[in-house]
Structures are given as C-alpha cells and as structure tokens.
Design a protein around this ligand. Sequence first.
Ligand code: NAD
Length: 288
Amino acid sequence: MKDRIDGHTILIGLMAYPIRHSMSPTMHNSAFAKLGLNNAYLAFEIDNKKLPGAINAIRTLGMRGSNISMPNKQKVIPLLDKLDPVAELIGAVNTVVNDDGVLTGYTTDGTGFMKSLADEGVDIGGQKMTLAGAGGAGTAIGIQAALDGVKDISVFNIHDQTWENAERMVKIINDKTNCQAKLFDLAEKKTFKAEIAGSMIYCDATGVGMKPLADKTLVSDPSWFRPEMIVFDTVYAPRTTKLMRVAQQAGVKHVLNGLGMMLEQGAEAFKLWTGKDMPIDYIRELLF
Ligand code: NAD
C-alpha cells in the first residue's frame, strides 16, 4: 500500500446503493497497480438523497470522476455540467469525468455490451435482436446496438414502472437511428417465441436468473433457440444462469453471461479517466 497511495493519489469513486458486493473496486485498483497509475478507486454507499452532496464532492475534492450505479443513473443527470450525446439518448449515466471542475456524464454499458460481443468474434451489424427488459441495462444495450447498426429490435417488457421507459427507448431508436424497433408485452408468449425465432441474437436484460429470481428463466423451452444464434444474459452471478443452460441444451454456439460486458464497460470508463487502455486480459485472468 505504501507504494500505491501517497500525497498525489487521485481518487475515483463508485456511487450507488447497495454497492458492497461490487467487483469494480478490485477491477480498477488492480488495473491501476498493473499500469503503475497513482489512482485509487473506492465504493461509496450513496442513495438518491445523498447524491447531490456526493456529486459536489467530486468537484470539491478534485476527484477525477466516478462510476454511478443504481439507483442514481438517471438522477445524476441534472447535477452534471455536460452530457455525452449517447448518454443523452440513453437517458442514463454510469461514468462521470471531472475536467477541472466541469463534470461530464457518459454511459459505457451499451458499448460494453457491443465490445463484449466483438471479443467473442461476433458481429450483429445488420441483424435482428430480441431484447427482454428495457430498464437501465436494456435501454443502453438497445440504443447502442441500434446506433452500431443492428437493423431490427423487438423489445419485450412487463407492464411495470419501466414500461414508459421502454416506449421512450423504442421511439428514440425509430426517430434517431436507422434501426426499426417495436415494443411488445412480455405476456404475449406466441409473439415472443416468433420474434426470437427470427432473431440472430436474444438478449435478456431483466435480471431474471439472479437472486431473488435465481433458477428462473423467461425462455425454458430449448426449441425456441437455434444453434447458430447468440444467447446473451446480462447476469453474471451466477456465471451460468438457467437461461444459459436452456440455450446450451439447444446447442447454441455463443452463450454469454454479463461478465464480458461488465469488464468492457469498466475498461471504457478506465480509458475516459486515465486515457489508457485497461489491461483487459490481465484483469480477466485475475478476476474471472
Ligand atoms: P432495472 O431495474 O433498471 O430494469 C429491470 C428490467 O427487468 C425492467 O425492464 C423490468 O421490467 C424487467 N423485469 C424485472 N423483473 C422481471 C420479471 N420478473 N419478469 C420479466 N421482466 C422483469 O435493472 P437494470 O439495471 O437494467 O439491470 C438488469 C439486469 O442487468 C440485472 O441483472 C443487472 O445485474 C444486469 N446488468 C449487468 C451489467 C453488466 O455489465 N453485465 C450492467 C448493468 C446491469
């Protein structure tokens, strides 16, 4: 520690609640140490109420920035000075960068998703995606995929508090990108099956499959999948979800969990703060 923290160390934060389970502090601090960067990354338990004070502290303490996670990804926007255009379209921020007191918000979840597919040698440009879930992660995935050339996206959501967000996301995709998006009720099982059948990629961004819904899945019949397609679950704990097991039974070639996305969204934030590439292979070995 004496070689890592001194009077010049620059602080980067993570502001969310709950947050003690996060892998991000280990990921970023290991990468700083590996590259010999004099930075430290700490997690802070920050809810909506504490957020304004915490964001102001970035300026007051001269922090380089912070990651922002639930429940603060939307609430942080009016507290910042500038927004990256993609973060503005997505309507959420997961990374704040402090340039001499000017705070800019970015979102790296969507690019993290696309890069994690590229890491697997998969290109979904010009293809169709079926996406379950249009909360924070689903919106970032859907809008980034549309910006990056996915041709057609069928979004399925339940009628909960995220339905309006799903409507907004589909409208943005149709108005601002060359992709065509449609929104369906997840209760329409026949349509759900048919849309997956016509898709190159099925992505689940609902969190069904992790606690408290571990061992549950929205698709339990392997015949809904084809071997040549991609099945992506944003969940990474557990590493293999029920959905992934169903896809494996169907012989699906690319069955992916959310670890690659987690790593790549972190790498993108790391680059924004430090200007350097995160040593991804080293971190993957170390943590995963
Ligand atoms: P959120 O609360 O913003 O959205 C949840 C979405 O799931 C909504 O669309 C909601 O309607 C839907 N949903 C919730 N319960 C459901 C149910 N029982 N059946 C069907 N749909 C249901 O959450 P979020 O931040 O978007 O996170 C979603 C998942 O993505 C979580 O598992 C989270 O861990 C994961 N995630 C992963 C990464 C990564 O880097 N791998 C990044 C962000 C989020």
